[in-house]
Design a protein around this ligand. Structure first.
Ligand code: LLP
Length: 436
């Protein structure tokens, strides 16, 4: 992956930095992000649109991994930003991310969150439901402030990794249904509003997708709707946001496409329909999360105890687990790993990598081919950059790991390791009546 190599001492290096040195310097568990790889992915998407001559915004779906440092990098790489909560928005503002390039998502944005969006003058709100339309009208009228919006629609196309399903009415908690009149009603409610400026439509059909057909079909459905609205109300759509969802390689079973392959099909579909329906070509916005940061992240752990279950399997336990990577427990997600201090050795053993949390399902990898492992070794699990740290918890009161960025032989801490003090900082002692 990216800039990973094995150096002359047999250690795994990332971005020219020895991972064993990183483990010593910052401790484990540790997330290591390869910035060069994130830049490469971001440029891959941006260049594709440039080459195709299509106006576009590539918004980083920051739910995949959010912190001040990654928002700074996103800005440097000319990405826009997709945020889904007041917390992500606040973090982006702390990072001085240009507000006009922030898009705000969510199926239950609160009044306070929406006010923060208005006050910080973000670029666009992706409107999810009728209640939100009501709140937006109230806030914009009270503040007499304009806001650009997209309507999030559910096109009835749902993609799952290698195939997609189409349904007349998708059972989704997100967005206005495109097929049963909801989207039309939402359009009617916002189209002539004094302060809400409708740019166009948004959809997101799924995550970890390897096929382009689902994206194209969704694009087609949205364009047809835009064509209807143009005909009926002379609506000019300026933006079509087709969400994220591009798959990455976690294991050898995954065969991801290049950024250009993911987007060029759907752009062709949009272009063809724009011509056919006599619509101006809208700007295309996309929202990749996983495909920007997923394979750029590696988790380092220290190996501790072993347990052999004769004739069944051998466990090695590490100093983290489902508290820093819930994906195996939650989605049965698969990963590959290496003993980072013995990376040049052959993988002669098979271990199940267990976490340290009090839950039998806390296994990071089942039956992983690995080098011989001893207590004190450093285990590196690859491709943990998306939805790892961002979904981390303090279950069992385990502090969240540190996060370090590496590039060109340099390393810098992006998120400090949580301390036990951090863990108790919001706890308040009860005033208990003393028994006399
Ligand atoms: N846009 C919208 C509206 C989304 O809901 C999502 C992801 C994205 C963009 C980014 O999708 P990506 O490019 O990262 O696939 N926790 C799960 C993934 C949840 C994705 C939720 N929405 C996991 O760990 O696999």
């Amino acid at each position: 992956y990216g800039t990973q190599e094995v150096n002359e001492t047999g250690h795994l290096t990332i971005g020219g930095v020895d991972t064993i040195d990183l483990a010593k310097t910052y401790g484990t568990p540790l997330f290591v992000y390869d910035l060069a790889l994130i830049r490469k992915r971001a440029r891959g998407f941006i260049e594709t649109f440039k080459q195709l001559g299509v106006k576009a915004e590539v918004a980083y779906a920051s739910k995949a991994f959010a912190c001040v440092g990654i928002y700074q990098l996103a800005q440097e790489e000319h990405l826009s930003l997709d945020v889904v909560s007041g917390g992500e928005l606040f973090t982006a503002l702390q990072a001085k991310f240009p507000a006009e390039r922030i898009h705000f998502h969510g199926n239950n944005k609160s009044y306070t969150e929406l006010e923060l969006a208005f006050d910080s003058k973000i670029g666009c709100i992706v409107v999810d439901n009728f209640y939100e339309i009501q709140l937006l009208k109230e806030i914009s009228e009270r503040k007499q402030q304009h806001m650009r919006i997209l309507l999030r629609v559910t096109p009835g196309v749902e993609a799952h990794t290698h195939d997609f399903i189409t349904t007349g009415q998708a059972d989704s908690k997100f967005g206005f249904d495109l097929n049963n009149g909801q989207a039309d009603q939402a359009f009617d409610e916002v189209k002539d509003h004094e302060y809400l400026e409708l740019l166009g439509l948004h959809c997101h059909i799924g995550s970890q997708i390897f096929e382009t057909d689902g994206f194209s079909l969704a694009a087609e459905k949205l364009m047809n709707k835009i064509g209807e609205w143009k005909e009926q109300s002379n609506f000019e759509c300026s933006v079509l946001n087709l969400g994220g969802g591009y798959g990455i390689r976690y294991t050898e079973e995954d065969h991801p496409l290049e950024p250009q392959d993911y987007v060029s099909e759907m752009i062709k579909t949009v272009q063809a329909l724009a011509e056919q329906l006599r619509l101006a070509m809208p700007e295309i916005w996309i929202e990749p999360g996983r495909s920007l940061v997923g394979d750029a992240g590696t988790s380092l752990y220290t190996v501790g105890s072993h347990k052999n279950v004769p004739n069944i399997r051998e466990y090695i336990a590490v100093d983290g687990g489902m508290s820093d990577n819930i994906r195996p427990a939650l989605y049965d997600a698969k990963y590959e790993a290496v003993i980072a201090n013995r990376a040049s050795h052959n993988k002669t053993n098979t271990y199940t990598v267990a976490g340290k949390l009090c839950e039998s399902g806390d296994k990071l990898i089942v039956d992983a081919p690995l080098q011989q492992a001893e207590p004190g070794d450093v285990l590196a699990i690859f491709c943990t950059g998306a939805y790892g740290y961002s979904m981390a918890s303090n279950y069992n009161r385990i502090p969240r790991p540190a996060v370090v960025f590496v590039e060109d032989g340099q390393h810098q801490l992006a998120i400090q390791r949580e301390s036990y003090e951090n863990i108790v900082q919001n706890d308040l002692p009860l005033s208990l009546k003393k028994s006399e």
